[in-house]
Design a binder for this molecule. Structure first.
Ligand SMILES: *Cc1c(COP(=O)(O)O)cnc(C)c1O
Length: 442
């Protein structure tokens, strides 16, 4: 067939637009997106990447797969629980329902009994205080970084922030906490060394310019060997001596000590040790939406809540709904993955391996999201050839597995059991189909 003939056989745009799938999709994703999909398939055919007679079925397939946003839901088969690139914590079913029902008009700032204005997000704050009885008061903002910025601005002003050199960490994607801290106009006063900081280092640094003492949990790395750090309770005594506020940034969001993660700090312990303000995350280990939680003594929280910057960081109703629902349930998907029963995990992995004709290998999961670095969560994975990973990502549902030492490892720890069947189908399809389908045709 000549090029000319081939080109003539490519279905025309008006014919493709008239397909029932196109009419249905227009309502769901809009006219521009439908045209873009049609255009991409026609172009693939013109450039010889797709036979002309495949254009129509490929358009239909692509239209069906297209979502209202660019965010594609994925099955997390990496074994990394709080996976930053995959949106950290998956919300529990109750929390998802709460988000959906808060998405319309909702009484976020109104008392329905009196019809008067009420405090925004009072329910989420209430739930947080019930979950953290050691806190006198709490504020919720957009994320941990915002919470840190706000606490330092409200409590230290343009004074000096005294902080250990070993705690000035980069938290990922090139963001460094010291850079963030100085944007507030405050000055950093680093004390101690990378591996060792003593109480006396803090004491020596305190002067008329001091605005606050800050302790940061260096969540994503560990210093081992000849090390020393000063605990929150010792810093409390020092802060009291000089009338200074003590801020403790935990990074993650454990409410109480977690036996499986003995080195991971928790909110209750930090409050009991005497922090004026504890900063924690809504989605790292707490298992809720992204949020920055500020908890502590009422005077400090009051100053934070009434600072003008607090308005620029306040949480929206969807986050407030998700936080409140998350705090009211006993188990989140994050805690389920952390405490996954090893026997059941092994059984599920064996079933998947048998179904797809592959081997089971030992595989350690991880907390991820900068939590509990170096702590393995022993488990298993189904081992596939490395090349399967690309096809898994391009599949429907998209599956993200771990690529390690030339193998593709499918770990079920973070896959809900009800998704096992969809995962098996996706793995089978990826092994059957030699060509990644979605990639390159968009
Ligand atoms: C992750 C982290 C933050 C930032 O929290 P986000 O919710 O990602 O903004 C701040 N401090 C520490 C110690 C962290 O680990």
């Amino acid at each position: 067939m000549s090029d000319e003939d081939h080109r003539r056989r490519i279905p025309r745009t008006d014919r493709l637009l008239a397909l029932p799938a196109a009419r249905e999709a227009r309502e769901r994703i809009g006219d521009a997106a439908v045209r873009r999909i049609i255009d991409a398939q026609q172009r693939a055919a013109r450039e010889g990447r797709l036979p002309a007679e495949r254009v129509e079925p490929e358009v239909e397939r692509a239209l069906r797969a297209e979502r209202p946003t660019s965010l594609t839901p994925v099955l997390n088969a990496t074994g990394v629980i709080v996976h930053t690139n995959l949106g950290r914590a998956p919300l529990a079913r109750r929390a998802r329902e709460a988000v959906l029902s808060a998405a319309g008009y909702v009484d976020v700032e109104m008392d329905l009994e009196t019809g008067k204005r009420s405090a925004r997000g009072a329910g989420a704050r209430e739930a947080l205080l019930q979950a953290c009885p050691d806190a006198e008061d709490a504020v919720i903002v957009n994320n941990g970084a915002a919470a840190l910025l706000l606490a330092v601005t409200a409590l230290a002003g343009t004074g000096e922030i005294i902080v250990s050199r070993g705690e000035l960490v980069e938290i990922g994607a090139g963001f460094r906490l010291p850079d963030l801290l100085v944007t507030t106009g405050a000055r950093l006063r680093e004390v101690g060394t990378t591996n060792r900081t003593h109480l006396d280092d803090y004491a020596q640094a305190i002067g008329p310019e001091t605005g606050c003492l800050l302790k940061i949990h260096p969540s994503n790395f560990r210093v081992q060997g000849f090390t020393a750090e000063v605990g929150t309770s010792e810093l409390r005594s020092l802060a009291d001596e000089h009338g200074l506020p003590l801020i403790v940034d935990l990074g993650s969001g454990l409410l109480d000590p977690e036996p499986t993660l003995p080195d991971e700090p928790d909110i209750a312990s930090a409050l009991r040790a005497g922090a004026d303000v504890v900063i924690a995350s809504g989605d790292k280990l707490l298992g809720g939406p992204q949020a920055g939680l500020l908890l502590g003594r009422s005077a400090a929280i009051r100053r934070i809540a009434t600072h003008p910057l607090a308005r620029a960081m306040r949480s929206d109703k969807l986050t407030l709904a998700a936080i409140e629902a998350t705090l009211r349930i006993a188990e989140t998907p994050v805690s389920a993955a952390l405490h996954a029963d090893p026997g059941r995990l092994r059984e599920r992995t064996l079933m998947l391996a048998e179904r797809v004709g592959a081997e089971v290998v030992p595989h350690d999961g991880r907390v991820g999201g900068g939590g509990a670095p170096g702590v393995p969560l022993p488990g298993w994975a189904v081992e596939l050839p490395e090349s399967a990973s690309e096809r898994l990502r391009a599949g429907e549902p998209a599956v993200v597995a771990r690529v390690h030492q030339g193998r593709c490892l499918v770990d079920l720890r973070c896959v809900a059991e009800e998704d096992d069947e969809r995962l098996a189908e996706a793995v089978l399809a990826a092994m059957r189909d030699p060509e990644p389908r979605r990639l390159g045709l968009r």
